[in-house]
Design a protein around this ligand. Structure first.
Ligand code: GAL
Length: 661
């Protein structure tokens, strides 16, 4: 394990971004040095997409150009997060190893021309990736510019080729032990899918109609494990030469190809890329959603925002500008929640290539631009926050998140197409964010005792261990809110029999669900407490719980919709329908308040987001962001690190980082 902390090396928080000097000329490099200095850049990621330049032919390396850039950056006082370029193999690799190109579920083998075109199970790719990682580490381990290592970029390329099929079979053998166990787990008695030999088992390639759910979820698990093995191979190749921190950047918020809990345990510093797809206050909520997930994957330790944009990225079908002040607000939104800095993709907007209109710190217009001025102001702000380095955020509420449940909710054959894992997760987090309650994400099988409130918005798949853990959490005094369609299947993706959700959880909730009853697209329900709901209902009976709100319409009239069960020292709540946004937010806020949870800094209007970072020695800082359009008077003036003086009033859209007494 590495002993080096990035922030010790930098002397504070990180500010900067991806830097691709190979796209530019000497005059631009000179300007880069000057502008990086003006913007307070202290860390850049170099080499992410440089494989074709670093290894122009198989086995022949060309490092001189990189030597020169690292020397120049070091002389300019900028540290380097040195990347392995393996997300984008060069054309020679494709030609020499066509069998290492990924194959789609439909059987189409992709060709060179974009990036991320490789198969992680192909021996030639893995070997080439390990070799270049090792060569880079050997050459640059002692280079004074290098502060950390960045393996690959946003692992996510799925493949369905023969290499993948063989690796999948090995993984299945390991997981299930025998073919009989596999047949049993996947329920292959259905539709004559029984496998008589391992060779008959295929990845989930295109097929006539619905595929097997057990195979589908196992393939997702396999792909995540395969990716982690590929990451470890490069990390270990680097470790053989260097003890600097090693990471890889996770793609958030909506991609779900990896079990990021598992990755969080293997990287030295969790790093995320986060591009909110909406403008305004939704982007702020989304920032908190990404940041809280990053901190949780990091096990509460500090982490790093590796990439963000100075614009939004494809909000639907277009990139929308970030409004004045957003660059600072989003950066501090991440820092508030534990990031050790704010980095961007990328330093300078490219003039050619696939992403030539992707935003950057230095736009096409150059430094005489609103974007660069805001970027430089943000760099200056981050530069004043050195004392926050290493401090952490303590949340007392959690939203349960499990990749298995996410993958399972993507299988075909579920009762409604409106079921949406990611949407449910965001909605739960958003309700807590709106209530200004700082929230972690937690795995259903982890120790939950530090949380006063746990929300399970979409635990469709719940293991036996998870169900027992949630029961114990309530019994021990926690408040748990479980939402519809939870605990419906076990880890093999087989339905729970005898009533939903999984038995031990049912005990804590004091209910038994007999029937899922999705609603027609235009149907709307009114519950007995006046709240409105749509999309989904369930026929359930109480077994110890009290009914808080009942259905009033149709077949379910008079039956429980929302229940509460006093169990052990805690309370298990079950919500069996999809409340409208306002009613759902009110329910979550009421549960949070009843559990004694509120904003980290009390006494501020609801428009102000406040998060406290705490150091091990008791020092604390409150990061405040005013999302409202009115100035806010602080309960008492405090020292603001951003202005370097006392602050009594927070302007509309304004930010502050207050030293707490
Ligand atoms: C990230 C990626 C960058 C760049 C960026 C554009 O996901 O790592 O290389 O493509 O997106 O938003």
């Amino acid at each position: 394990m590495t002993t080096h902390r990035l922030t010790d090396r930098l002397g504070g928080l990180a500010f900067g971004g991806d830097y691709n000097p190979e796209q530019w000329d000497a005059a631009t490099w000179k300007e880069d040095d000057e502008l990086m200095h003006r913007a307070g850049v202290n860390l850049v990621t170099v080499g992410v997409f440089s494989w074709a330049l670093l290894e122009p032919e198989e086995g022949r390396y060309a490092f001189d150009w990189l030597d020169a850039h690292l020397d120049r950056l070091h002389a300019a006082g900028v540290a380097v997060d040195l990347a392995t370029p393996t997300a984008s193999p060069p054309p020679w690799f494709t030609l020499a190893h066509p069998e290492a190109m990924p194959v789609t579920p439909e059987g189409v083998r992709l060709t060179h021309g974009s990036r991320d075109t490789y198969c992680l199970a192909a021996p030639a790719y893995r070997e080439a990736a390990r070799r270049i990682a090792s060569a880079l580490a050997e050459r640059y381990a002692d280079h004074p510019a290098v502060a950390m290592w960045h393996v690959h970029n946003e692992y996510a390329t799925l493949c369905h080729c023969e290499h993948t099929a063989a690796a999948f079979r090995d993984w299945l053998r390991e997981r299930h032990g025998s073919l009989d166990a596999l047949n049993e787990a996947w329920g292959t008695a259905f539709w004559s899918q029984r496998y008589g030999s391992w060779e008959q088992v295929q990845p989930p390639r295109a097929t006539q109609w619905h595929g097997n759910p057990g195979r589908s979820v196992d393939f997702s698990r396999f792909f995540s494990d395969l990716t982690l093995a590929a990451y470890r191979e490069q990390r270990d190749a680097i470790r053989a030469h260097s003890d600097l921190p090693v990471t890889t950047n996770f793609m958030l918020p909506g991609y779900q190809t990896l079990d990021l809990w598992a990755f969080g345990r293997e990287v030295d510093l969790v790093a995320i890329d986060h591009y909110p797809c909406a403008p305004g206050v939704d982007a702020a909520a989304d920032t908190a959603f990404g940041a809280d997930r990053a901190r949780s994957f990091a096990g509460g330790r500090p982490w790093l925002l590796m990439e963000q944009g100075t614009n939004t990225v494809y909000a639907g079908d277009r990139t929308l500008p970030k409004e004045p002040g957003d660059i600072l607000r989003h950066s501090l939104g991440h820092v508030a929640r534990g990031s050790e800095g704010a980095l961007f993709f990328q330093w300078r907007q490219s003039r050619a290539g696939a992403e030539f209109f992707h935003s950057a710190l230095v736009p096409h217009a150059g430094a005489d631009s609103r974007v660069f001025r805001e970027a430089a102001a943000t760099g200056a702000a981050v530069g004043r926050l050195a004392e926050l380095a290493g401090s952490t955020v303590h949340a007392r509420a959690a939203v349960l998140h499990d990749s298995d449940a996410w993958w399972a909710m993507n299988v075909n054959g579920l009762p409604s197409a409106e079921l949406d894992y990611h949407g449910s997760l965001r909605r739960a987090h958003r309700a807590l964010w709106d209530a200004r309650v700082t929230t972690d994400f937690a795995h259903p099988e982890q120790d939950l005792s530090r949380y006063r409130l746990v929300v399970a918005p979409a635990l469709f798949l719940l293991s036996d261990a998870g169900a027992a853990n949630l029961r114990a959490y309530v019994e021990g005094g926690g408040t748990l809110l479980v939402q519809p369609f939870s605990g419906a299947v076990d880890e093999r993706v087989q339905a729970r029999l005898g009533g939903y959700p999984a038995a031990p959880l049912r005990e804590a909730l004091g209910i038994r669900v007999e029937e899922y009853r999705p609603l027609a697209a235009d149907a709307e329900l009114t519950l007995s407490d006046g709240s409105r709901a749509r999309s989904w209902s369930e026929s359930l009976r109480t077994e110890g719980a009290e009914t808080v709100a009942a259905y009033t319409d149709g077949t379910l009239a008079g039956l429980p919709a929302l229940t509460r069960h006093a169990f052990g020292a805690g309370h298990g709540w079950y919500l069996s329908t999809r409340l409208d946004d306002a009613a759902y937010a009110a329910l979550v806020a009421a549960l949070a308040a009843a559990a004694g949870l509120g904003p980290d800094v009390p006494g501020l209007p609801a428009a102000v987001e406040s998060v406290t970072r705490r150091a091990g020695d008791g020092r604390r800082w409150h990061v405040l962001i005013n999302h409202g359009s009115d100035p806010v008077t602080l309960p008492e003036p405090a020292h603001d690190l951003l202005t370097g003086g006392p602050l009594a009033e927070l302007a509309p859209g304004g930010c502050a980082v207050l030293r707490a007494h």
